[in-house]
Write a protein that binds this ligand. Structure first.
Ligand code: GDP
Ligand code: MN
Ligand code: MN
Length: 253
């Protein structure tokens, strides 16, 4: 297998109302089958998901958590507002967003945004992906898929990696179950989360700082067409033992 991947040059500082799909369509010659990976930060900016810290109204819970975590209470309030459920409160916040994504600080960022402001995740990243895909289809006629990425920490390991927080057009997983291994045994478990693998690689090319390269095109990967949606790989509550353990330990405190 041979895969080609490249960053898209010339993307401006994104403002509310900018059409990310149209910008990408103008700047790059896309092919059918391309995977277009986009940093959530620019999708969020285009959707106006930027908040001025000064404008945030503080509640008692935010003040309490902020004291415990030595954090800005207005930042904590922004995280709480974006969270459906707080799984860990201290010494850092791990929460589930309203869209169902679990990550530190509900994905609220203080980097690559003006001083005094925070950047929230897109409200519904799967829907954002679909909207951008439709625009690209309209502008270029190309059949592509979209993966929206965010840099996320993970449990058990030090370091952050790119994670898919939204996708469309591509099946989020490649199911190996039923296929044979080298020795003829049938694979029973492996359902590979390919959108996360693609997001990680794209994130490696995007960088985290001032590179200004929030869009990566990955060419040469065979993927299965599907309405997709990262929501499909959010583990159902009842099956999630780790989430269950976090809830139980919160109840004990
Ligand atoms: P996140 O992982 O989605 O939170 O995004 P990051 O803040 O890590 O940024 C990923 C990449 O996008 C980096 O190369 C940033 O420089 C770039 N980036 C962030 N915002 C903008 C923007 O408004 N315009 C451009 N051109 N690049 C941006
Ligand atoms: Mn981020
Ligand atoms: Mn990042």
């Amino acid at each position: 297998m041979k895969i080609e991947a490249f960053t898209v040059q010339g993307i401006p500082l994104i403002q509310e109302g900018d059409d990310v799909g149209a910008i990408i369509s103008k700047l790059v010659q896309l092919d059918d089958g391309d995977i277009v990976a986009i940093a959530s930060s620019v999708v969020a900016k285009s959707e106006g998901r930027v908040l001025r810290l000064k404008d945030i109204t503080l509640g008692a819970e935010a003040k309490r958590i902020a004291r415990a975590n030595d954090e800005d209470p207005r930042f904590v309030q922004a995280v709480l507002n974006e969270s459906e459920e707080v799984l860990i409160e201290s010494p850092f916040m791990l929460t589930q967003t309203h869209a169902g994504h679990i990550c530190v600080n509900a994905g609220v960022d203080r980097s690559n945004v003006q001083d005094g402001y925070v950047l929230l995740l897109p409200k519904n990243p799967d829907a954002s992906a679909k909207r951008i895909k439709d625009t690209i289809k309209k502008e270029t006629g190309k059949q592509i898929c979209i993966v929206i990425t965010d840099t996320c920490g993970r449990p058990f390991r030090i370091g952050q990696v790119g994670t898919a927080i939204g996708c469309t057009g591509i099946s989020p997983t490649k199911d190996w179950r039923g296929e044979k291994d080298l020795f003829g045994r049938t694979l029973k478990i492996t359902n590979e989360a390919i959108v996360d693998e693609l997001a990680s690689f794209a994130n490696l090319m995007m960088g985290e700082g001032k590179d200004a390269t929030p869009v990566v095109i990955i060419r040469g990967v065979k993927w299965q067409e599907d309405e997709g949606g990262v929501c499909k790989i959010h583990r159902p509550d009842a099956e999630d033992l780790i989430k269950g353990a976090l809830r139980a330990s919160k109840d004990m405190r």
